[in-house]
Write a new protein. Structure first.
Length: 108
């Protein structure tokens, strides 16, 4: 058997890829991903899934409506601890806003 040395593009591929659907590209942190969706969804969304989608949309809207002092507070918090867990400031702010929706403070 001959040894195959893949070109640089193929060295970075991970996961299963099939031949009967469109290819997608994604980036998470510093890693690029590519793949194909083999079995697209045909069932309707459940109420729990719709609730999560609504929370996601609300968190994004809350991020867009942040005041400058609040943004500055998030920047400082990200510099102190957020950069250890989150790749970007935007990801850190989204996580904080989503957590506020998922786990509201007691008494509210």
């Amino acid at each position: 058997m001959a040894k195959v040395d893949p070109m640089d593009l193929l060295k970075g591929l991970h996961g299963k890829i099939c031949e009967h659907s469109d290819t997608y590209f994604a980036k998470k942190g510093k890693t690029n991903f590519t793949g194909k969706i083999c079995n697209p969804r045909t069932k309707p969304f459940t109420t729990a899934e719709l609730a999560r989608q609504q929370m996601f949309a609300t968190a994004r809207a809350n991020m867009a409506a942040l005041s400058e002092p609040t943004k500055a507070g998030y920047v400082e918090a990200y510099k102190n601890v957020g950069h250890k867990k989150y790749a970007t400031l935007n990801g850190y702010i989204f996580a904080q806003e989503y957590d506020k929706l998922a786990n509201p403070p007691a008494g509210i």
